[in-house]
Design a protein around this ligand. Structure first.
Ligand code: FAD
Ligand code: PYC
Length: 414
């Protein structure tokens, strides 16, 4: 596969763009692979990529029931930050954030990483205390964040009304190297790099059963026939409970809808990401000028990719009081994704009761930011049986009561 470069763009401009190759192949499934990953979202593709890149394991298939990146990876609002409270979380999210810094070069694919800075507003005394505590924890963890005063908030984002009608802004947790990236490009970039290593990405191939023998995984049944494997990774976000059931075990998860919306494009007015968790809204401006907006999850379990209407009202109300200048903005589109929530709001990256079968799920409302770190750790777990990045996130923590409580850092009301 030819590398993308400024020279390639110039060459193709001169020959009417007739020389571009397909970014990834669409092969027929083989009878058997060393590793099968179920789910071609960011986490599944990144796991496959680092299996190849870090461990030389390339006889890998990624099976996707729809189109790659069509799950939460292509539906999220792309916020990247690593300002979590607990040490294992800070380690995996900061690993991910630092990999994002050079991911475009690594994948030879422009993922449009934009470290524009993320601020989480503190609008109650409890939030001030919570975010100050996080800033102290981050300092010890080597994660660069700071708690900033209201005048600095106003300086960083002049369109915020810091005197808010209900909740004045009392400060913010600020991560200057947090930001955004283009979500589709993250999936496409990993897919292209996997395909280049000879891996098979097989779309429109739904896994309908997990085949086992003597307590060990031997393959999967799919809408395109049975496929064998030595190791299986289940990386299917909101569908994790269903697929785990096929493999014979249960997960401590709930699936709920989380939605987002975008406005008509307007002139640049905001060059940071702002999250206002007390009033339940967050906003950033895309490169096209649209305001990218989201709020809390639906308060009931469901499998719709839509989200309920009252949340749009609540979110828009919250943002109009935070940014009064958007009050006459027209909204263009709204959509939802099915997010997989654990009780402690931390992910599961784990071996399972079925030998050879591993699971990566529970990223809930916040797993876009962690894709590179999660893929890195999950690949190590699958290749070597253990990884320092994933050690604390095993399934056994729910049995042993070793929760990794990140309900404040999750950043979205649930
Ligand atoms: P997905 O991208 O959902 O991929 C799972 C794939 O598995 C899907 O493509 C699905 O089709 C496939 N699959 C399911 N069942 C099967 C089967 N039986 N056979 C084959 N394939 C199957 N996170 C952030 O960090 N920052 C944000 O700003 C942010 N905003 C969000 C906003 C919204 C509206 C939503 C919905 C989520 C948001 N998130 C955010 C969360 C983030 O999107 C997810 O945590 C992350 O994308 C999960 O990635 P994934 O690869 O695990 O799952
Ligand atoms: O995890 O930062 C986050 C987030 C923002 C919006 C949805 N999730």
């Amino acid at each position: 596969m030819k590398r993308y470069s400024a020279f390639a763009i110039a060459r193709e401009a001169l020959r009417n763009h007739t020389g571009w190759q397909r970014a990834w192949a669409s092969p027929e499934p083989r009878a058997k692979y060393d590793v099968i990953i179920i789910g071609a979202g960011g986490h599944g593709l990144a796991t496959a990529y680092y299996l190849g890149k870090n461990f030389g394991i390339t006889n890998v298939a990624v099976l996707e029931k729809g189109w790659l990146g069509g799950g939460n990876t292509g539906r999220n609002t792309t916020i990247i930050r690593s300002n979590y409270l607990q040490d294992p979380s800070a380690a995996i999210y900061e690993k991910a954030r630092s990999l994002y810094e050079t991911l475009s070069q690594d994948l030879n694919y422009n993922i449009m990483f934009s470290p524009r800075g993320v601020m989480m507003l503190a609008q109650t005394q409890a939030e001030v205390r919570g975010y100050e505590r996080t800033a102290h924890a981050n300092a010890l963890q080597g994660v660069k964040t700071e708690f900033v005063a209201p005048d600095r908030v106003k300086l960083l984002c002049p369109i915020i009304n810091i005197d808010g009608p209900r909740y004045p802004v009392l400060g913010a947790l600020w991560q200057a190297r947090g930001g955004t990236a283009r979500h589709d490009a993250v999936a496409w970039g990993y897919a292209r790099a996997c395909s280049q290593m000879g891996m098979h990405i097989i779309q429109r191939c739904e896994v309908t059963g997990v085949r086992r023998e003597g307590g060990r995984v031997t393959g999967v049944s799919t809408t395109r026939g049975d496929i064998g494997c030595d190791k299986l990774g289940i990386v299917v976000a909101g569908h994790s409970g269903h697929v785990a059931e096929m493999a014979g075990f249960r997960l401590p998860l709930e699936s709920v809808a989380l939605q987002a919306l975008v406005s008509e494009p307007i002139k640049p007015c905001m060059d940071v990401v702002v999250m206002a968790n007390t009033v339940h809204g967050y906003m950033s401006q895309s490169d096209k000028g649209e305001m990218v907006i989201g709020g809390g999850t639906d308060g009931f379990n469901n499998y719709t990719q839509r989200g309920s209407f009252h949340h749009i009202e609540e979110t828009v109300r919250a943002l109009v009081e935070t940014f009064p200048m958007i009050s006459r903005l027209k909204m263009l589109r709204q959509w939802g994704g099915i997010v997989d929530m654990t009780g402690d709001r931390s992910p599961i990256l784990s071996k399972t009761p079925l030998e050879g079968c591993y699971i990566n799920c529970g990223w809930g409302t916040g797993g876009f930011k962690s894709i590179p770190g999660s893929g890195w750790g999950m690949a190590e777990l699958m290749a070597k049986g253990a990884s320092p990045l994933t050690a604390a996130f095993g399934l056994e923590r729910f049995r042993e009561g070793r929760f990794i409580d990140e309900s404040v850092a999750a950043g979205v009301a649930h």
